[in-house]
Design a protein around this ligand. Structure first.
Ligand SMILES: [Zn+2]
Length: 216
Protein backbone atom coordinates (compact mmCIF):
# COMPACT_ATOMS: atom_id res chain seq x y z
CA UNK A 1 0.00 0.00 0.00
CA UNK A 2 1.47 3.31 -0.99
CA UNK A 3 1.61 6.27 1.34
CA UNK A 4 -0.34 8.28 -1.14
CA UNK A 5 -3.17 5.77 -1.11
CA UNK A 6 -3.30 5.88 2.69
CA UNK A 7 -3.51 9.64 2.67
CA UNK A 8 -6.30 9.55 0.17
CA UNK A 9 -8.41 7.15 2.19
CA UNK A 10 -11.00 8.35 4.67
CA UNK A 11 -14.58 9.49 4.44
CA UNK A 12 -15.59 11.94 1.76
CA UNK A 13 -16.51 15.26 3.31
CA UNK A 14 -20.14 15.78 2.40
CA UNK A 15 -20.24 19.14 4.17
CA UNK A 16 -18.44 20.85 1.32
CA UNK A 17 -20.71 20.99 -1.69
CA UNK A 18 -18.98 23.99 -3.20
CA UNK A 19 -15.42 22.91 -2.52
CA UNK A 20 -14.10 22.62 -6.04
CA UNK A 21 -16.12 25.56 -7.17
CA UNK A 22 -14.88 27.76 -4.37
CA UNK A 23 -11.23 27.05 -5.12
CA UNK A 24 -11.58 28.99 -8.33
CA UNK A 25 -13.45 31.80 -6.64
CA UNK A 26 -12.52 34.89 -4.75
CA UNK A 27 -11.75 34.41 -1.04
CA UNK A 28 -14.18 35.94 1.41
CA UNK A 29 -12.55 38.10 4.06
CA UNK A 30 -15.35 38.50 6.55
CA UNK A 31 -15.67 41.15 9.24
CA UNK A 32 -15.68 39.48 12.66
CA UNK A 33 -17.88 40.91 15.41
CA UNK A 34 -17.65 39.76 19.02
CA UNK A 35 -20.98 39.41 20.77
CA UNK A 36 -21.20 40.09 24.49
CA UNK A 37 -23.61 38.06 26.60
CA UNK A 38 -27.16 39.13 25.80
CA UNK A 39 -30.82 38.22 26.02
CA UNK A 40 -33.63 38.02 23.47
CA UNK A 41 -37.13 38.20 24.95
CA UNK A 42 -40.72 37.73 23.91
CA UNK A 43 -43.26 40.55 24.26
CA UNK A 44 -44.80 38.58 27.13
CA UNK A 45 -41.49 38.28 28.96
CA UNK A 46 -40.71 41.97 28.40
CA UNK A 47 -44.08 42.83 29.94
CA UNK A 48 -43.16 40.88 33.06
CA UNK A 49 -39.59 42.21 33.29
CA UNK A 50 -40.38 45.86 32.56
CA UNK A 51 -44.16 46.21 32.89
CA UNK A 52 -47.21 45.87 30.69
CA UNK A 53 -46.94 47.67 27.34
CA UNK A 54 -43.25 48.44 27.79
CA UNK A 55 -41.25 49.08 24.60
CA UNK A 56 -37.51 48.55 24.19
CA UNK A 57 -35.44 51.71 23.79
CA UNK A 58 -33.12 51.57 20.78
CA UNK A 59 -29.54 52.42 21.79
CA UNK A 60 -27.81 51.55 18.52
CA UNK A 61 -28.39 49.46 15.44
CA UNK A 62 -26.51 46.19 15.05
CA UNK A 63 -24.93 44.95 11.83
CA UNK A 64 -27.87 42.69 11.02
CA UNK A 65 -30.71 44.72 9.47
CA UNK A 66 -33.50 45.54 11.95
CA UNK A 67 -31.63 44.20 14.98
CA UNK A 68 -30.67 46.64 17.73
CA UNK A 69 -29.00 46.96 21.09
CA UNK A 70 -31.51 48.32 23.61
CA UNK A 71 -30.91 50.49 26.66
CA UNK A 72 -32.65 47.87 28.80
CA UNK A 73 -30.58 45.58 31.01
CA UNK A 74 -31.49 42.54 33.06
CA UNK A 75 -29.86 40.23 35.56
CA UNK A 76 -29.47 36.58 34.67
CA UNK A 77 -29.15 33.88 37.32
CA UNK A 78 -28.23 30.24 37.49
CA UNK A 79 -27.79 27.86 40.44
CA UNK A 80 -24.32 29.18 41.35
CA UNK A 81 -24.55 32.91 40.70
CA UNK A 82 -25.81 35.81 38.67
CA UNK A 83 -24.61 38.39 36.17
CA UNK A 84 -25.95 41.96 36.20
CA UNK A 85 -26.44 44.46 33.39
CA UNK A 86 -27.00 41.98 30.58
CA UNK A 87 -28.31 43.76 27.48
CA UNK A 88 -31.58 42.95 25.80
CA UNK A 89 -31.32 42.87 22.00
CA UNK A 90 -34.37 43.90 20.02
CA UNK A 91 -36.77 43.48 18.48
CA UNK A 92 -38.76 40.99 20.56
CA UNK A 93 -38.71 37.36 19.42
CA UNK A 94 -41.01 34.36 19.54
CA UNK A 95 -38.92 32.69 22.28
CA UNK A 96 -36.73 33.85 25.14
CA UNK A 97 -33.03 33.19 24.50
CA UNK A 98 -30.06 33.84 26.77
CA UNK A 99 -26.66 33.77 25.03
CA UNK A 100 -23.62 33.47 27.28
CA UNK A 101 -19.98 32.45 26.99
CA UNK A 102 -18.61 29.37 28.74
CA UNK A 103 -16.86 31.73 31.18
CA UNK A 104 -20.27 33.23 32.02
CA UNK A 105 -21.74 29.74 32.30
CA UNK A 106 -19.21 28.88 35.03
CA UNK A 107 -20.23 31.95 36.99
CA UNK A 108 -23.89 30.99 36.62
CA UNK A 109 -23.32 27.31 37.36
CA UNK A 110 -24.86 26.24 34.05
CA UNK A 111 -23.74 23.87 31.30
CA UNK A 112 -25.39 25.28 28.19
CA UNK A 113 -25.01 23.52 24.84
CA UNK A 114 -23.39 25.10 21.78
CA UNK A 115 -26.34 25.88 19.54
CA UNK A 116 -27.44 27.99 16.64
CA UNK A 117 -29.77 30.82 17.55
CA UNK A 118 -33.36 29.56 17.80
CA UNK A 119 -32.37 25.91 18.34
CA UNK A 120 -33.33 25.83 21.99
CA UNK A 121 -34.94 22.44 22.68
CA UNK A 122 -33.39 20.90 25.78
CA UNK A 123 -31.02 23.83 26.38
CA UNK A 124 -30.36 25.18 29.88
CA UNK A 125 -32.93 26.79 32.15
CA UNK A 126 -32.14 30.11 33.82
CA UNK A 127 -33.75 33.08 35.50
CA UNK A 128 -34.09 36.53 33.93
CA UNK A 129 -34.68 39.40 36.36
CA UNK A 130 -35.89 42.87 35.38
CA UNK A 131 -36.89 45.93 37.41
CA UNK A 132 -40.57 44.94 37.37
CA UNK A 133 -40.43 41.16 37.72
CA UNK A 134 -38.61 37.97 36.84
CA UNK A 135 -39.08 35.02 34.52
CA UNK A 136 -37.78 31.47 34.95
CA UNK A 137 -37.20 29.94 31.55
CA UNK A 138 -37.20 26.14 31.40
CA UNK A 139 -34.86 26.21 28.41
CA UNK A 140 -33.23 28.88 26.24
CA UNK A 141 -29.75 29.42 27.67
CA UNK A 142 -27.12 28.57 25.04
CA UNK A 143 -23.56 29.27 23.99
CA UNK A 144 -23.99 30.49 20.42
CA UNK A 145 -22.35 28.37 17.75
CA UNK A 146 -19.86 30.51 15.84
CA UNK A 147 -21.45 31.56 12.58
CA UNK A 148 -21.35 33.79 9.53
CA UNK A 149 -24.45 35.62 8.35
CA UNK A 150 -24.25 35.74 4.55
CA UNK A 151 -26.40 37.55 2.01
CA UNK A 152 -27.66 35.44 -0.91
CA UNK A 153 -25.51 37.61 -3.22
CA UNK A 154 -22.32 36.91 -1.25
CA UNK A 155 -23.23 33.22 -0.96
CA UNK A 156 -23.40 33.05 -4.74
CA UNK A 157 -20.25 35.11 -5.21
CA UNK A 158 -18.12 33.08 -2.79
CA UNK A 159 -19.68 29.65 -3.38
CA UNK A 160 -21.16 29.26 0.10
CA UNK A 161 -24.28 27.35 1.11
CA UNK A 162 -26.69 27.68 4.03
CA UNK A 163 -25.73 25.37 6.96
CA UNK A 164 -22.30 24.64 5.41
CA UNK A 165 -19.42 24.40 7.88
CA UNK A 166 -16.28 26.36 7.06
CA UNK A 167 -13.09 27.47 8.78
CA UNK A 168 -12.01 31.06 9.37
CA UNK A 169 -8.36 32.02 9.74
CA UNK A 170 -7.33 35.07 11.72
CA UNK A 171 -3.89 36.62 12.12
CA UNK A 172 -2.18 38.53 14.91
CA UNK A 173 -0.20 37.48 17.98
CA UNK A 174 -2.71 34.75 18.86
CA UNK A 175 -3.44 33.78 15.27
CA UNK A 176 -5.69 30.79 14.93
CA UNK A 177 -8.18 29.09 12.68
CA UNK A 178 -11.76 28.71 13.85
CA UNK A 179 -13.27 25.46 12.60
CA UNK A 180 -16.96 24.51 12.85
CA UNK A 181 -18.17 27.91 11.66
CA UNK A 182 -21.69 27.58 10.33
CA UNK A 183 -22.79 29.55 7.28
CA UNK A 184 -26.28 31.02 7.48
CA UNK A 185 -27.71 32.49 4.31
CA UNK A 186 -30.73 34.82 4.28
CA UNK A 187 -31.85 37.93 2.48
CA UNK A 188 -32.50 39.35 5.94
CA UNK A 189 -28.76 39.28 6.73
CA UNK A 190 -25.68 41.39 6.15
CA UNK A 191 -22.41 39.46 5.75
CA UNK A 192 -20.70 39.35 9.16
CA UNK A 193 -19.17 36.67 11.37
CA UNK A 194 -20.21 36.40 15.02
CA UNK A 195 -18.19 34.91 17.86
CA UNK A 196 -18.42 35.35 21.62
CA UNK A 197 -15.92 37.01 23.97
CA UNK A 198 -14.23 33.75 24.94
CA UNK A 199 -13.50 33.07 21.29
CA UNK A 200 -12.41 36.66 20.63
CA UNK A 201 -10.08 36.57 23.62
CA UNK A 202 -8.64 33.22 22.59
CA UNK A 203 -7.55 34.87 19.33
CA UNK A 204 -6.80 38.29 20.91
CA UNK A 205 -9.24 39.96 18.55
CA UNK A 206 -10.44 43.50 19.01
CA UNK A 207 -11.68 46.41 16.97
CA UNK A 208 -12.22 45.89 13.29
CA UNK A 209 -10.85 42.51 12.33
CA UNK A 210 -11.44 40.25 9.41
CA UNK A 211 -10.90 36.55 8.91
CA UNK A 212 -10.32 34.52 5.79
CA UNK A 213 -13.04 31.99 5.07
CA UNK A 214 -11.61 28.61 4.14
CA UNK A 215 -13.77 25.93 2.57
CA UNK A 216 -12.60 22.33 2.86
ZN1 LIG B 1 -25.16 36.38 14.55
Amino acid sequence: MSVQKTLKSGPADSRIPGKERQKAMEKLNVIIESSARHVHVTKETLAILYGEGYELTRKRDLSQPGQFLSEEKVRIEGPRGGIDRVSILGPERSADQVEVSFTDARVLGLTPPVRESGDLAGSEPCKIIGPNGSVEISEGCIVAKRHIHVTPEDAEKYGLKDKQLVSVKVGGDRALTFDEVVIRVSEKYATYMHIDYDEANAAHLGGNVTGEVIVG
